[in-house]
Design a protein around this ligand. Structure first.
Ligand code: RIB
Length: 297
């Protein structure tokens, strides 16, 4: 089984602040860093660091995207389907991190929103039935990708993040795995009660598995035959950026390497706990050796 992640790549401009900027306020930050990020890139790097072989498809600018391309290459991610576009800016994010490690993120999509049908068709020619496709919501043409991948018989993973109305217009009946948080589930299921929301998702999409991440309350996994939950590994939160992406990458990395769902949840929970305890997106994602060491000291 091959893994294709068709997703975003961003330059993350990260500002450490006392509190998030309020309307009309001018605030000075305590520190500033530029990191490699984007939900797509973070998830590909987490997959690779978990030991999985992953192909990343997406788009960056010709002039300013090399640092992201090099980060993927350094981590062993295949970039045959990553395009560098002339006269387009690489996507970027403005991220504020407050004293408690929480973030708020402003996105400029740039090249992430220049994904063409031709790029999608050429990429998908290299994948077939049973291969795993991972998607988030930071690139354009996701509906077309899902339809084409479904025709090929690929397994489709959707992380509907960031959540917006575009997600609700997608052919969600073709999704095999939803990996999402409570807010995203409430929007898709149209019910903000956790139990009812899960039930409604299961009824609407009976063939899909649901991985519901609950922040400090842990994670639940539900499908027709399996119902599991587990808590978090407690750490001091320094920066929550990319914690969810690390979870997604490690969970599907473990599944693709033959782990049982319960073990995959455990591995992914430890990987994301480590990510929360460090600064930045890509730099905070641990390697499998460290995750294994922390699970079996
Ligand atoms: O999930 C974290 C990511 O969201 C950041 O790296 C940022 O680029 C945004 O895409």
């Amino acid at each position: 089984m091959k893994i294709l992640n068709f997703g975003s790549l961003n330059l993350d401009n990260v500002y450490h602040v006392d509190h998030f900027v309020r309307a009309g306020e001018t605030l000075s930050s305590d520190a500033m860093h530029i990191y490699c990020g984007g939900k797509g890139l973070n998830q590909s790097i987490a997959l690779a660091r978990s030991g999985a072989k992953v192909f990343h498809a997406g788009a960056i600018g010709l002039e300013d995207g090399n640092i992201l391309k090099e980060a993927l290459k350094r981590n062993g991610v295949n970039i045959d389907h990553l395009l560098q576009l002339k006269d387009k800016k690489t996507g970027h994010a403005i991220i504020q991190i407050d004293k408690s490690g929480q973030n708020c993120i402003l996105l400029f999509p740039g090249a992430n929103h220049c994904i063409t049908r031709e790029h999608i068709d050429k990429t998908l020619e290299n994948f077939s039935k049973g291969d795993l496709l991972i998607l988030q919501n930071e690139i354009n043409n996701i509906d077309y990708i899902i339809n084409q991948a479904h025709e090929k018989g690929m397994q489709i993973v959707l992380n509907p993040s960031p959540m917006n109305e575009k997600i609700l217009a997608l052919p969600l009946e073709y999704v095999d795995y939803f990996i999402l948080n409570e807010v995203e589930m409430a929007d898709i299921s149209e019910d903000d009660n956790e139990e009812k929301g899960l039930q409604s998702l299961k009824e609407k999409y009976p063939n899909a598995s649901v991985v519901l991440t609950l922040g400090s309350r842990g994670v639940r996994f539900e499908n027709g035959s399996l119902s599991l939950s587990r808590g978090i590994f407690k750490v001091d939160a320094v920066d929550t950026t990319a914690a969810g992406d690390t979870f997604t990458g490690y969970f599907f990395g473990a599944i693709s390497q033959g782990e049982h769902v319960s073990q995959a949840l455990k591995i992914a929970s430890m990987a994301s706990a480590i990510a929360v305890s460090r600064q930045g997106a890509e730099p905070s994602i641990p390697y499998m050796e460290e995750v294994a060491e922390r699970l079996n000291p």
